[in-house]
Design a protein. Sequence first.
Length: 107
Amino acid sequence: MNQTYADNQLVRIREQAALYMCACPAQVCASVVSMRKLFEYQMRCLDATDTDRAVHERIATAATLAHAELERCLTDILHLEGWDMETLEMPPQLQKRLLDSIDKCDV
């Protein structure tokens, strides 16, 4: 399975998103990780029987396709929001907007 983002990068994005209570990038990261786990599970189960092999290969193929689309989606989201793609830092203006919206809720 090809990976655009390393596991530690997904953790970094989730940490940034959690810090500023911005759930969307974190949810996409969680889905990417879930597809990786689904794929790995299917690869471990391939050799049970011929029928099982076909089932597991089909699921692995679907997980691979879904994973690729989710990674493209994550890249698009990060670009649209203006994240720093080298450090995976949320942009300051988004941080401020999110923190300001939290402050308004406290009033």
